[in-house]
Design a protein around this ligand. Structure first.
Ligand code: PEP
Ligand code: CO
Length: 446
């Protein structure tokens, strides 16, 4: 952190991937309003996540970060939030039961509304319009009205985040996430599949373990850890004006926290060392993520660690690698060594999604489950080779029965993609594929 850091100091740096707001005065007015609204999360919660992630950094826990590529304003319902939570709880149960270590659960949720794009404009039949940048900025429809960046959408992001968080807190603290309900998380379309049945068997074993503890005289119904889970929120901190407006000084510690989510990450396209995103996030005390792609050099990654975690605090920084199934074996080990040798106690997480995307012959942006699994396996191999802890996975998924990624035991083929291809951005694993992945990772964790 530079000594001159302030929530607004990023304005002196170049910010990539910011929308072209047609009416800057309107933007200013909306940001001013947001800066007066209550924080969405509290500094103490962010500090607790840092502590949980410190356990991951030490090799004593595993991180599961998962959710939509981009959340939508259109199909926002309690059922959708609940179903996404169900899949994540199922995955966590699988990972935790087989690895025997705690699983830290972080959603790409309650704020994941802004997307970086490879091109600022999109062309259809000779017409050029601004690219879709997520519902926080504009709309997907290809018309100039829909694609115009509208500041009111920032306010909508705040309010949707608030109601999503409200629901998540109710679900995770109010009995829904109770371990005694482990069977109830298995959704119908999952339960009939091979993975769903495998999950049922595991849930049955968890039941037996709970009954056994009960028979030993342990009052499991009085044990809060069995009835509630800590579930944290995260998103890519892309739109810096919005993040600045939600950055508040914590009255207890005097430190600055970005209260839009517990954890914020920097994307692969905005992690320039001298850029505005790195400047902004270097000064807030939330736990941070930073995506690391296959072209990153060891010097660059160590410099990012220096800049984002100069005090080498375990749990502060998670490096989320997204290398590609073919590249990870050569690209990752030098980075693991360099960061370790520089003494940075980072969490290493594997995003096996973003470097394994391709366009199918039917024209859909898709991913193959086999490639995703291969990258995760390569991640574990690289860590075994260097002697570092493969700390977690970062996944794009949904609780819905979509057909966006190929493969899985109830195989989605190229001809099926059209059936329920619902994502607004990148293709997500459906509930069955997510569970399949969790079982495979749990075997690697053993
Ligand atoms: C994402 O996580 O949706 C994303 C855009 O990833 P990356 O920054 O790694 O490309
Ligand atoms: Co994505």
């Amino acid at each position: 952190m530079t000594t001159t850091w302030a929530p607004s100091s990023w304005h002196r740096f170049e910010a990539q991937q910011q929308p072209d707001w047609p009416d800057p005065a309107h933007l200013e007015a909306v940001l001013k309003t947001i800066s007066t609204l209550p924080p969405l999360v509290f500094a103490g919660e962010a500090r607790r996540l840092t502590e949980d992630l410190a356990m991951v950094a030490n090799g004593d826990a595993f991180l599961l970060q998962a959710g939509d590529c981009a959340e939508s304003y259109d199909d926002f319902t309690a059922d959708k939030v609940r179903d996404k939570l169900k899949v994540i709880l199922q995955m966590a149960a699988v990972l935790q039961y087989s690895s025997g270590v705690p699983v830290v659960k972080v959603g790409r949720i309650a704020g994941q509304f802004a997307k970086p794009r490879s091109s600022p404009t999109e062309e259809v039949d000779g017409v050029h319009l601004p690219s879709f940048r997520g519902h926080m900025v504009n709309d997907v429809a290809f018309s100039s009205a829909a694609r115009s960046a509208d500041p009111e959408r920032l306010l909508a992001a705040y309010h949707q985040s608030a109601s999503t968080l409200n629901l998540l807190r109710a679900f995770t603290k109010g009995g829904f996430a109770d371990l005694h309900r482990v069977h109830a998380w298995n959704q119908e379309f999952v339960a009939t599949s091979t993975e769903g049945q495998r999950y049922e068997r595991l849930a049955h074993e968890i039941d037996r373990a709970l009954r056994f503890m009960g028979s030993c005289g342990l009052r499991t119904e009085r044990e809060p850890a069995l009835h509630q889970v800590d579930f944290y929120t995260s998103h890519e901190a892309l739109l810096l004006g919005y993040e600045e407006a939600l950055t508040r000084r914590d009255s207890l510690s005097g430190d600055w926290y970005d209260c839009s989510a517990h954890m914020l990450w920097i994307g692969e396209r905005t992690r320039q060392l001298g850029g505005a995103h790195v400047e902004f996030l270097s000064g807030v005390q939330n736990p941070l993520g930073c995506k690391i792609g296959p072209k990153a050099t060891a010097e660059e990654v160590v410099a990012l660690c220096e800049r984002l975690d100069p005090d080498r605090r375990p749990g502060r920084l998670t490096l989320i690698t997204r290398m590609g199934a073919d590249t990870i074996a050569t690209a990752l080990p030098p980075l693991l060594r360099a960061v370790r040798d520089a003494g940075h106690p980072v969490v290493w997480a594997c995003d096996p999604m973003h470097a394994n995307t391709f366009t199918s012959s039917s024209g859909h942006k898709t991913r193959q489950l086999e490639h995703i699994l291969a990258e995760v396996a390569g991640f574990f191999t690289a860590h075994a080779e260097v002697g570092t802890w493969p700390g977690g996975i970062h996944i794009e998924l949904t609780g819905d029965d979509v057909t966006e990624c190929l493969g899985g035991s109830t195989a989605v083929g190229e001809n099926d993609l059209d059936m329920r291809y619902e994502t607004m951005c990148d293709p997500r694993l459906n509930g069955r594929q997510s569970l399949d992945l969790a079982f495979q990772v749990s075997e690697l964790l053993r």
